[in-house]
Design a binder for this molecule. Sequence first.
Ligand SMILES: NC(=O)c1ccc[n+]([C@@H]2O[C@H](COP(=O)([O-])OP(=O)(O)OC[C@H]3O[C@@H](n4cnc5c(N)ncnc54)[C@H](OP(=O)(O)O)[C@@H]3O)[C@@H](O)[C@H]2O)c1
Length: 281
Amino acid sequence: MTILVTGGRGQVARAVVDGLLTAGQPVRVASRDPEAAQVPDGVQAVRVDLSDPGTLPAALDGVEKVFLYADAKGIDGFIAAAEAAGAPHIVLLSTSSLTRANADRNPIAQMHVAVEDRLRASGLPWTFLRPGTFATNTLQWAPAIRATGVVKAPYPQAHASAIHEADIADIAVKAFTEPGHEGQAYLLSGPESVTQQEQVDCLAEATGRKIRLEEVSPEEYRATLSRWGGDNFIDQLLEYLAMWDGKPMPVCPAYTELTGRRGRTYAQWARDHAADFRPAD
Ligand SMILES: NC(=O)c1ccc[n+]([C@@H]2O[C@H](COP(=O)([O-])OP(=O)(O)OC[C@H]3O[C@@H](n4cnc5c(N)ncnc54)[C@H](OP(=O)(O)O)[C@@H]3O)[C@@H](O)[C@H]2O)c1
């Protein structure tokens, strides 16, 4: 029984691979660039582009379960290939944003709605993981922190219940290795709501460096973000920060209900990723 993990270079996929290997499960990693995926020794890496269904049959051969990144363009081709390969159980990396009031004008939420709908309508068994804000999003601060020790961002008091990728992976591993998770959708978050200022303070503590957050206007921030995404993405991000400015974000109970443990805090995430925020020697 092999479990195929797509999105091989992604932070969540890597955590899922680690979790499955720790649980003694056989894993195959799929990435658009398998060499860059840097898989652990002994793990097979194959090339898969979810937007190119021709890459799927070989990757799905002998596979009983799939950790799937959402790709609306490729989902019909993926479903056809998965059904031909024996209808593996799909654990989809979805998003909590599709449950929010503004989901109908959020293109990221709509992309995930399309993928969830297609999987639900297919004959494949599925489980949807719907995390909120990833702690790994703050890796976008790493180049500036390494170079200057200063994060320039608006809304220092904007909150997020940022989730550690290892917590998402824990739930994926449960969904793959225990009965009872098929047909379930789990809303996931970190265990506490933390402001951007508190996140920067955690990074300073974890790295032992002086790091400060310098508040800039949303428009100044927009200019620095232009290399990260299009106008739509930046509008959504700024709207999101403004919406949670000074307002704690609710915490989802699913991680604790499913594992019996509290999820990993942002402070823990900062310790786990401290090396990413330190200048090279
Ligand atoms: N960031 C957040 O706060 C957040 C919150 C909730 C949900 N999500 C969702 O989680 C997913 C990952 O987001 P992320 O921010 O973590 O991005 P990320 O780390 O950059 O991961 C993106 C991964 O997606 C894979 N991928 C993209 N297009 C692909 C394709 N055509 N075929 C195969 N793989 C493809 C890539 O794998 P390879 O390059 O190795 O092929 C890449 O590793 C997205 O669906 C996002 O909407 C994100």
